[in-house]
Every structure is written in C-alpha cells, then in structure tokens.
Design a protein around this ligand. Structure first.
Ligand code: PRX
Length: 655
C-alpha cells in the first residue's frame, strides 16, 4: 500500500502563467468540454494535433464494443507526423535527438537528418520486401538507430514489436513466434555501465530455438564492432541495406486503426500479452499528453529515461516528443555509471528542462547521494529544470519530497503519471500549471479520461473507500486487442461483471475531500519490480521448467525499499529440502535459470525451499500466507482450511 502525505504544493505562478493548460479552471473546462460532447472533444484535438492525409468523419465507433475504433475512416502516417511535418514547418535544423552514449560521447541529429535516416531504413526494409502489416521485431539498446528503426516501420506501415534488450533468448523467441515477424532489427552489442553485452548472439540463439521460421532477414546495426556470426542469406548489416538508399521515402498512408505496434507485457497467466496499439488514436494521446502533462514547449530539452523496450519509451521518446517537434535526450547507459551522479551531470550538461524517470531510480540515487556528496544533486547545476515526472510504480512521499527538494530545487512540479502499456499514455496525472500536488497521489484524471473506482459488480464506491480502478469510457490510445487473441482481450480487460468498463488491474482509493486518486497496487498476480511488470505465473513457469530440480513453485511479491516490490519464490524440489550452502547453491542455479528463461529482471531476490507449499484441502496454494511469510510477518490470517499447517514454520525459516 502506498501512502499519501497531506502537504499540498500549488503550481508555481510563472508556470501557471505560461502553461498549455493554465490554472485549475482551465483543467476543469477541458474536463467539462469532454463530458459535454465526448466525440467532439477528441475530434477537435485529433484535428489540432495530427495531420491527416484523409480527414476522418467519425470519431468513436462503438458498434463492436469492446473493440472500439477511433477516427476509423481517416488515414495518416505516424512517421510523417513526427518528422516530415516538422521539417515542413521550418524545424528541419532543430535538434530532434541529443544522444549520449554510455561512455559520454554525444551525437545530435536534427529533424532533417532524422527524417533522412528513417527514410533510408524504410527504403531498405521495403527493398527486402517488408510491407504494410508485416511485423518487425526490434531488439536493440537505446540509440538513435533504435528510434529510427521504429519510425521506419511506422513509415512503411510495418508493425514493430520492440523487445527490451534485457530479455533472454527464450523470451525473444516467444515474442518473435507470437508476432510471426518477418525481420529482426538488432545490433552487434549493447554497451551499459562500461560493459559490452551481446545482442546479435542472443538473436542467433533465439532463432536457433525454433518456431521463428517466419523470419527472413536479420538487420544488424554496428555498435561495438565485436565479432558476431552472420548467417548467409538471412543476416545483413543495416549499413549495407540502408546507407545507399535514397533519403526520401513516400510514407504508407494507413487507416487510423492500422496497428502501429505490439508490445508484450505480463498478465496474470504465464504467457505475456501482445498489446496492440493503433496509429491515429495512439499518436493523438502520445502527443497530447506530452503537450499537457509535460507542458512541452519549443525551447525545452526533454528527457525521459525509460528504455524504448517499454511503453514509456514508445510514447515519451519515439512518438510524443517528436510529434510535437521537441528536442529530447536519448541515453544509452545506466544511472550509476561512471557514478551515481550521471543523471544530474547530464541534466547540467544538456540543460534539461523536463525530466521523467522512475521512483526506483530516484530511490537508489537517494541512497548513493546520501552516502557521497559528489553524486548529490546539490553538486550540480540543475537550474535548467522546470518540470519533473515519475512513472511506473507508486512514488512514496519521502522519495517524492527528496526529488522535489534536491532535484527540482523546490520549484519544479512533479507529475506522478499513472498509466499502463495498455493505455498508451497518461491516464491519471497532474498537469504542471494546473493541478495542486499531494506527494504520493497521481491526483486527477487527464482531461477526457474517465477513471473511476468501483466494487466487484461495477458500482461506484464513495471517496475514501478503496476499490477497483476502471475506465468508464473508451479513449483514443487504448489497447485494441491482444495480438491474435480477441477472447483473452475481452476476458482480461472487459469482464462481464464490470458493466463494460475497462479493468486496469490496479486497486485505488480517492481522497474524501479532494477526490485525488492514490494507486494502492495490483489486484491480480502481477508484480511491479523496479517499475517492470512481472507476472508471478511467468516466473513460476520458468522455475518449474527446470524439470530436473523443481517439482513445484509459487512466486509472490514483498515490499522492497528500493525496487518497490521484490520477487520471492517458494520452491519444492524433486530432492530432499536443502539447507545451508546447498540451499544457496541451488538457489543460484534456479536464479540463473530464470534469468535464462525470461531475463535478469525476473530473477527472484529470495528463494525458499519447503517440503511442500501451503495448500487448501482442495489443493489450491494459499498465496496470501506466502505473502505474509515473504514479508516476515506473523501469520494472523485464518489457517483453518490449510491442509498442512506445519509447512508455515518451515517456510518461515531462512534457509
Ligand atoms: O500497477 C500500475 C503501475 O504499473 C502498471 C503498469 O505497468 P506497465 O504496463 O509496465 O507500464 C508502466 C509504465 C506506464 C500499472 O498497472 N504504475 C504505473 N504508473 C504508476 C503505477 N503505479 C502507481 N503510480 C504510478 N504513477
């Protein structure tokens, strides 16, 4: 459970004076406009923010709910909107991306240069036969090439699916297989924290696992120059495919509902879901939220520290800021290399004015700063900052206050943005020149977004009483379906008992007086570790896939000071329960195994062995008891239905 504090921070007057949404009354007016005529509101914004090749005549089509369509008879191209349009309005020489490599080298590209690069890659993809509707998997680190590859797919109507560079060969294989992709775009390696880590070699491994027969081409960007193997006929250097191509490329004009991308995320069952996003509705919300939540202006330097492998990187690196003609930072490295002052130094060096990061990063940097003045924000000039943001997990009031005081110098509003891979963009968030802030609360819905808190039958619950977070009306950037699985989409997000509301999967509570929202955490079997979503069943499947050692496994989360939640696994082995050094050795084997199956981010922090797991007489694992044990709490719950009570003591022992 996260808490809120009671201190209220009103928006600074100079910001209110110039903000895109200026003052609380302006926020309320937008909400009212949306309420009065929902379709007209979104239609107005879609015309203002997007250039349409063929204008739409209808905003929302709900005739096949919950498969909603937005702006369906309009056509557009997302890459045209992010690049050509900016060049056409005179921003060709403006810096689009300031890239800082892990080692500190800086490369800048202007809008004209980025457009040329995207066109060359798009032409290269076309020359290989990649066409509208084909899926392209992108497995690459933070780079201009990564952003350009995504934009190039958008340009030709290919559907990209970016797989975070920390995922294992097995996870990559599963995603390639599910998308049926025709090509993979990768690099020879990625560089993080001074180390080269393989990428192409992992692609090779993934493809060798089988089930990826749809892949015809693997395009490799040169990053480290490390030795890699190239399979004749399949693998090509990106430079050989793209560099000789023309620097112009006619965009593929697609219908607004044409899928822009698929992005896999964890749900409460073992298999990650391919969240499908549209072109028109998605771009509208990515652009609009960048404009209003971050108040992006022409001379801002915007920095979102997320990876392009996550939705935050899609909406607030690849699409939103570019759609508005902004200047943004793309950072290859990690916040702690060469030291924990890296973020502060980069803000100082590039005069960053809007900074958007995750609570986990802030919490770990607080620890480092408190131990060493040299990496404390006070040792840097952060006066360029005007707005701070937080995303991915609840930010606890203590971290919020520190961020506000030490990073923002007490002058910068913090926008605590609640949203999800499925929502495409911000859902509940302050607007910096309008909304008074309360640390620990994501405050109020974005104008036009109809979030509410209901009970299990979809009835509104009063403020002050927690419940299930839903969104009552469809919105333009919402998930369209789960790739290839309409039924799972309906079951996961539109359960029959919720009256046609979108189920977010989070619990929330509204403040009695202000109506401000606080997210209280997931209500399904999904954990949030360092802002990364992990399904407990996915980790359990990975553990039991070690068939030689593991008989049974149950995974739960427990609170963690730095990572928000930590993964705790209870494991029954196929051999007698180990203790001492043997237990440590087996725990390491299993951790590495999960790392190999899913990726290092899924490695359990804690692994405990038992002769059995706490189960009801009907054989159901009692996870609530495991959660208490993981937290180190005394068991106070009712254990009368438990078949084997003695197991609780055994699992509580640290082995
Ligand atoms: O539990 C909520 C949490 O992260 C989940 C969404 O994760 P993902 O799809 O990976 O997207 C992360 C980036 C948007 C949500 O269901 N979450 C996200 N933002 C917040 C949050 N919890 C509390 N406060 C937030 N600001």
């Amino acid at each position: 459970m996260s808490e809120t504090s009671h201190t209220i921070y009103t928006p600074p007057a100079d910001l209110v004076a110039t903000a895109h949404v200026s003052g609380f009354a302006a926020y309320e007016a937008l909400c009212k406009e949306a309420e009065a005529d929902y379709g007209a509101y979104w239609g107005r914004l879609a015309r203002e923010l997007i250039s349409w090749k063929k204008p739409f005549t209808q905003t929302l089509d709900d005739s096949q709910a919950p498969f909603f369509k937005w702006f369906a008879d309009g056509t557009l191209n997302v890459s045209y909107n992010c690049l050509d349009r900016n060049v056409e309005r005179g921003l060709g020489n403006k810096t689009a991306i300031i890239f800082e490599a892990d080692g500190g080298e800086v490369t800048k590209v202007s809008y004209s240069q980025l457009l040329a690069k995207v066109c060359q890659i798009a032409n290269g993809l076309r020359s290989l036969g990649v066409k509208k509707g084909d899926r392209v998997v992108i497995y690459i680190a933070m780079s201009i090439d990564g952003v350009a590859a995504m934009q190039a797919c958008a340009r030709i109507g290919a559907i990209h699916s970016v797989v975070f560079g920390g995922f294992s060969a097995q996870s990559l294989r599963d995603r390639i297989n599910d998308t049926g992709a025709v090509a993979v775009i990768t690099a020879d390696c990625q560089v993080r924290g001074g180390k080269q880590l393989p990428l192409k070699a992992i692609v090779d491994e993934a493809l060798a696992l089988g089930g990826c027969e749809s892949i015809q081409n693997v395009l490799v960007v040169k990053r480290g120059g490390n030795a890699i193997s190239m399979t004749e006929g399949r693998d090509k250097w990106m430079a050989d495919v793209a560099d000789a191509q023309p620097t112009t490329c006619e965009p593929e004009w697609v219908e607004a509902e044409h899928p822009l991308f698929l992005l896999y995320t964890s749900g409460s069952t073992g298999k990650p879901k391919g969240v499908q996003h549209s072109s028109g509705g998605y771009l509208l919300h990515a652009a609009l939220t960048t404009k209003w939540t971050f108040d992006l202006k022409a001379d801002d330097v915007f920095w979102c520290t997320a990876d392009i492998g996550w939705v935050t990187g899609h909406s607030y690196i690849t699409y939103g800021p570019l759609a508005l003609g902004g200047t943004e930072i793309v950072f290859e490295g990690v916040p702690t290399y060469p030291d924990a002052g890296r973020f502060w130094k980069m803000i100082q060096d590039h005069k960053v004015s809007i900074f958007y990061t995750a609570p986990t990063a802030i919490r770990s940097l607080i620890k480092a700063a408190e131990a060493n003045d040299a990496v404390h924000p006070k040792s840097y000039d952060l006066s360029s900052l005007r707005i701070l943001g937080s995303v991915g997990e609840p930010i606890n009031p203590a971290a919020w206050e520190w961020y506000h005081k030490h990073v923002g110098g007490g002058r910068c509003p913090i926008v605590d943005t609640f949203w999800q891979t499925e929502t495409g963009g911000h859902m509940i968030t302050p607007l910096p020149g309008a909304t008074p802030l309360v640390p620990g609360s994501c405050t109020l819905p974005f104008p036009g977004i109809t979030t509410a808190i209901v009970d299990e039958t979809g009835n509104d619950v009063p403020n002050g009483q927690g419940g299930i977070l839903v969104v009552k009306k469809p919105w333009p950037s919402m998930i369209r379906t789960i790739w290839g699985d309409n039924e799972r989409f309906v079951k996961s997000y539109y359960p029959a008992e919720l009256k046609g509301y979108y189920l977010a999967g989070d619990g929330a509570i509204r403040d009695e007086k202000t109506g401000y929202f606080t997210i209280t955490g997931r209500i399904d079997d999904v954990l949030n570790v360092s802002g990364h979503r992990m399904g407990t069943m996915e980790i359990e499947s990975a553990l039991v896939s070690h068939t030689e050692l593991v008989a049974e496994a149950a995974v739960v989360g427990r609170p963690d000071d730095t990572t928000g939640e930590a993964i705790c696994a209870f494991v029954v082995l196929k051999r007698p329960r180990p203790t001492g050094d043997e237990a440590k050795a087996i725990a390491k084997i299993l951790r590495d195994h999960v790392g190999k199956e899913i990726g290092p981010i899924a490695k359990p922090k804690d692994i405990r062995f038992g002769d059995n797991l706490p189960k009801t007489r009907s054989g159901k694992i009692m996870r609530r008891l495991l959660r208490s044990i993981a937290k180190g709490e005394a068991i106070t719950q009712d254990t009368s239905t438990l078949e084997n009570p003695a197991i609780l003591d055994q699992l509580s022992e640290n082995n």
